[in-house]
Design a protein around this ligand. Sequence first.
Ligand SMILES: NC(=O)c1ccc[n+]([C@@H]2O[C@H](COP(=O)([O-])OP(=O)(O)OC[C@H]3O[C@@H](n4cnc5c(N)ncnc54)[C@H](OP(=O)(O)O)[C@@H]3O)[C@@H](O)[C@H]2O)c1
Length: 241
Amino acid sequence: MLTGGSGRLGTELRTLLPDIVAPTSAELDVTDAASVMRAVERERPEVIVHAAAYTNVGGAERERESCWRVNVIGTRHVAAAANTVGAKLVHISTDYVFGGETGNYREDDTPGPVVNYYSLTKLVAEEAARAARRHLILRTSFRPREFQYPVAFSDVFTGQDYVDVIAPEIALAVRHAAEITDEVLHIVTGRKSVYDLARRRKPDVREGSRAQAGVTLPGDVSLNTERWVALRAMLSSHAQG
Ligand SMILES: NC(=O)c1ccc[n+]([C@@H]2O[C@H](COP(=O)([O-])OP(=O)(O)OC[C@H]3O[C@@H](n4cnc5c(N)ncnc54)[C@H](OP(=O)(O)O)[C@@H]3O)[C@@H](O)[C@H]2O)c1
């Protein structure tokens, strides 16, 4: 089962995992415990991929309550429902749980200090996800297939990639969720500036600085992916064997 199936990542996951059940936010409103429990008890899934979230980083500063309700309370509800049916929770998290001072963060590095409200809720949501007896937290970062802005920041470093690059990796982890014993995995690509990422698909994008963003953004949230790279090689060799 998938929450957030209409979102950027969710839309790709529905194509990559055609058997996944993806209730709409009207059928499964994560802020409503009863609605989550009803949907989960009806389907009794083995795995719940929780991709629903309040994701507007700028908007989160102005709509703190909505952001908290969806990201934190919503994740609590999904974790509780997962426990009720014995499902494994695959929780979609973000590189923004890190402060962005050093980059190349590993799964076991201490997160924070978070630099904006969205990041705070996503960090607390990880702890909510850990209430699921069986859980896998995937820290990732992606953007739509096309770079949508005229300007891209050359002083923000990231492991982020386009959603059509990242989603197949997430789908692979979801397919093997039951056998993955790690509790946290970083799934992104190599470190680059957002400007360099943007130029790959929008060659005429202009160079900008994060000071222009209107919300505080972390400087370098690139993630170390050695754990996932090793695991992926193992999963692929099993698949071939
Ligand atoms: N985009 C990024 O750059 C990025 C980076 C790192 C991590 N992430 C994480 O990846 C996940 C997916 O992000 P995304 O960018 O694909 O999201 P998105 O495009 O903003 O879509 C959000 C999804 O959440 C659903 N949703 C919102 N409120 C809900 C509620 N109360 N109940 C049920 N569903 C609700 C939306 O449903 P409706 O359409 O019906 O409202 C939509 O399907 C999130 O956990 C996000 O934090 C995103």
